[in-house]
Design a protein around this ligand. Structure first.
Ligand SMILES: [Zn+2]
Length: 172
């Protein structure tokens, strides 16, 4: 993919490559960014390329979750460096790299994460990690870098089924 960012229009980004491709506005929307008056614009070409890819992942994960959790919806995906710092996100957050998204609307995030684990075969691309988060309640998913730039296996230790204070990592 060799798209270039041209301009922000309606929360999305128009890109040129072989044909015009836009980063979906749903991946850029951030209530924290709006509240703080920060524009959540992708800060590199590699992030733009990943976000175009990640949008397909969001679609397939939501389609699957909606079979069992009718209120499931995307709550957060990309956070640029400024937004990530403002919300106190980890410097190595995969949200910052365009490789993670969060799903809300699932009352019990453990059930949501387990449902994904049990139905992995329904997904074209399997997530690297699915985490049931309880503060605030959501299911976090992140992926191995399709560009092969970030070596996520060195980022965090991952434990199958291990509970910590507010996390339960279901997939590794
Ligand atoms: Zn997350």
């Amino acid at each position: 993919m060799n798209a270039k960012w041209l301009a922000a229009i309606g929360g999305g980004f128009i890109l040129i490559g072989g044909s015009a491709v836009a980063v979906s506005g749903r991946l850029l929307s951030s209530s924290s960014a709006s509240r703080l008056g920060i524009e959540n614009k992708p800060d590199s070409q590699k992030v733009i390329d990943r976000l175009i890819w990640l949008d397909l992942r969001v679609t397939e994960v939501l389609s699957l979750l909606l079979k069992n959790f009718p209120a499931a919806h995307l709550t957060s995906a990309y956070r640029n460096s400024e937004v990530n710092a403002a919300v106190g996100g980890s410097p190595t957050s995969l949200h910052k790299e365009g490789l993670a998204f969060d799903v809300g609307g699932i009352a019990d995030p453990f059930l949501g994460a387990k449902f994904l684990r049990d139905n992995l075969n329904e997904l074209k691309v399997k997530p690297r990690t699915v985490i049931a988060e309880t503060s605030p309640i959501h299911v976090h998913l992140d992926y191995f870098d399709p560009l092969g730039i970030i070596k996520t296996d060195t980022l965090t230790s991952k434990f199958l089924g291990e509970y910590t204070t507010n996390k339960f990592t279901v997939l590794v």
